[in-house]
Design a binder for this molecule. Structure first.
Ligand SMILES: Cc1cc2nc3c(=O)[nH]c(=O)nc-3n(C[C@H](O)[C@H](O)[C@H](O)COP(=O)(O)O)c2cc1C
Ligand code: SF4
Length: 603
């Protein structure tokens, strides 16, 4: 059905506006996501006409542009309100800090139901997955800008500001200030490298020794999987290609993770230094920083650092006077899709497509961006690499454990006195971390976000590292007062929402798991449901195409193994209770066929 705005967009004026928005955005950056973002911002939706225009302008099939608009949660075909408010529904800020309750409150005050746009077009309101502000209490995005530390008084104020149509620039500026909350600093957080020191050290070493330092340092990827960084760079370098690429994964979508937000904000020079070191080692001329859409507010800052680095001769042609060493970095901003953190989905997204994970092998190191050899590393990995080149592999190896050299930066949230950023040598125990962040009565900790591991107090002496508890950086603390089933249900909803839909085990399985958990949480589950869920969780884990599906059932499996009582105490003592009332569901069919005899009912 055509909406009003599509009808409007048939006017010559609207067509002209669409055309000029596309032309201007394209001149700034030819990337499809950027052009669509500009349209969404200015037209509040992306109409069918706009899709056709974008396709024509970028010389892409309309079907591709349309599919991209459908895929990313920050693009809409139906107009959003002039104030587009999205509350983070992450476990830490949405559930534990009360964000979802505050959303209901704002809905009442603005007279709007969640996931809707008000009739007058002034405001839309809904939920979105974790926005990486978990150390700041309940949080929301308004027109893409984060507002943190929400409370009841702020909600009333926000409602009034929206009703008065106050421009965002006139809202209290303090609301938008996101502190780093660095609590413990180690190897990397002590200081942001001054621009160029790492590159000078790298040039003094030369390509071979730079690579060899990274290999000898034992640095492993900080994004979660822990692949050897030196080996990745070496493999990429050895592949013949028409071009090599360096990509920084700043998609940081794992709920409870926000350390890359802080690194991007306060350590951008170290990051770009690390990307440039990688380019030198693998022979790349172009790099991309893929920034999650939720962190768009950091874009002006990051771009200003890039401009400064170009002025200093640290990016561009013949860097630091080294003939033939040319490299530059562009920033591409995502549009609300957790799956784009998976490296092959990220590359698809960079190429202007939906973020569907590729079939691997081949891996990005041989067939990455535009089919060319590509290194994808996490923000923290690149920063560690910059420090290693400057200070040496021995310096790095001196910290951590045999298999996990160096330090790990953690994002700690939940039930603790001092949520924030903590950097520790690998090998630190969970108990030590809990002591430091003031978590006095923790019953459980989610290590590595929902896709990681849920452990109880009996395991608090386990150590962080690739040899024991591996983590991309998220640590959520749950006190004795928390209902862990609510936490597990929240995670299940997250995965069902974020599944990209490409493969059946994950697309269908995550929704069935979510429904099963909802049934148990609402007091209608039976032993049969629990057994079914265990079976299904194992199937989703083993049969899914990518890491999202392979880890989506972890919270359920961990919960069943370590905290069976949280499920058991909700069970109804019957053999089986169906998810829905089949007879009632047939009511409409009976009405249409004018039958209400016994044979038209299910016994
Ligand atoms: C669903 C999913 C989401 C991911 N999200 C991120 C992310 O936000 N940041 C990240 O660095 N790695 C993420 N990864 C891991 C990447 O695929 C990849 O392993 C990583 O970027 C490699 O960098 P590293 O070796 O420096 O860790 C994700 C993986 C999966 C399966
Ligand atoms: S496992 Fe899930 S996220 Fe990954 S490809 Fe399959 S449907 Fe997509």
């Amino acid at each position: 059905m055509k909406n009003v705005s599509d009808a409007d967009s048939n006017t010559a004026g609207t067509a002209g506006l669409i055309h000029s928005i596309i032309a201007k955005a394209y001149a700034e950056s030819p990337h499809l996501l950027h052009v669509l973002y500009a349209l969404q911002q200015q037209c509040l939706h992306i109409s069918e006409e706009a899709v056709r225009e974008v396709a024509a302008h970028l010389d892409l099939p309309s079907s591709q542009v349309d599919a991209v608009v459908e895929f990313y949660s920050f693009f809409h075909k139906i107009p959003r309100g002039r104030y587009d408010i999205l509350f983070s529904n992450c476990t830490s800020c949405g559930y534990m800090a009360g964000g979802v309750d505050l959303m209901a409150m704002l809905g009442q005050q603005l007279n709007i139901v969640a996931d809707n746009t008000r009739g007058d077009g002034l405001v839309s309101m809904g939920q979105t997955s974790c926005i990486g502000m978990c150390d700041h209490g309940a949080a929301l995005l308004v027109n893409g800008m984060p507002i943190i530390s929400l409370d009841v008084a702020m909600i009333a104020r926000i409602a009034a500001l929206v009703e008065a149509e106050t421009p965002l620039k006139d809202w209290p500026s303090g609301w938008f200030q996101v502190d780093d909350n660095i609590r413990v600093s180690g190897l990397l957080l002590k200081d942001d490298l001054s621009a160029g020191v790492g590159l000078r050290a790298m040039l003094a070493l030369g390509t071979e020794d730079t690579l060899s330092e990274i290999i000898q340092s034992g640095l492993r990827g900080r994004g979660g999987a822990g692949f050897s960084t030196g080996m990745k760079w070496q493999l990429c370098r050895e592949v013949q290609g028409s071009a090599h690429y360096v990509v920084c994964n700043a998609d940081e979508g794992e709920p409870g993770t926000f350390k890359d937000r802080v690194l991007l904000h306060s350590y951008a020079d170290s990051l770009f230094e690390g990307m440039t070191v990688c380019a030198f080692a693998v022979g790349a001329k172009q790099g991309y920083l893929y920034l999650r859409g939720e962190y768009r507010y950091l874009l002006p800052h990051l771009q200003s650092v890039l401009v400064r680095r170009r002025e200093l001769g640290l990016l561009g042609v013949d860097i630091l006077g080294q003939p033939g060493f040319s490299f530059d970095i562009d920033i591409v901003v995502g549009a609300g899709a957790y799956i784009c953190g998976e490296e092959s989905a990220l590359i698809e997204s960079l190429e202007g497509k939906r973020g569907i994970p590729r079939v691997r092998p081949p891996f990005p190191v041989t067939h990455g961006y535009l089919g060319q050899p590509t290194v994808v590393n996490n923000v923290e990995t690149f920063i560690a690499a910059a420090h290693i080149v400057l200070r040496g592999s021995v310096w790095f190896r001196a910290v951590g454990t045999e298999k996990s050299a160096g330090s790990k930066i953690l994002s700690i949230s939940g039930d603790c006195a001092a949520p924030g950023i903590y950097e520790y040598p690998f090998g630190v125990t969970i108990r030590q971390v809990l002591d430091d962040c003031g978590a006095k009565d923790a019953q459980a900790v989610q290590v590595g976000g929902p896709s990681g591991m849920l452990i109880g107090s009996a395991e608090f002496d386990r150590r962080l590292g690739f040899d024991d508890l591996s983590t991309g950086g998220s640590l959520m603390v749950f006190s004795q007062a928390r209902d862990l089933l609510v936490v597990i249900v929240n995670f299940a909803h997250f995965f069902a929402h974020e599944s990209c839909g490409f493969c059946t085990p994950c697309r269908v399985g995550t929704t069935l798991l979510k429904n099963g958990l909802d049934k148990i949480a609402s007091g209608h589950g039976t032993r049969y449901d629990l057994d079914e869920m265990q079976r299904l969780a194992t199937l989703v884990k083993c049969r899914s195409h990518c890491g999202l599906g392979q880890t989506a059932a972890n919270p359920i499996l961990d919960g069943l193994q370590r905290f069976p009582q949280v499920f058991e105490q909700r069970l109804v003592h019957r053999d089986f209770e169906p998810h829905f009332d089949l007879d009632a569901a047939l009511g409409e069919a009976r009405q249409i066929s004018h039958r209400d005899d016994a044979a038209a009912h299910i016994e």
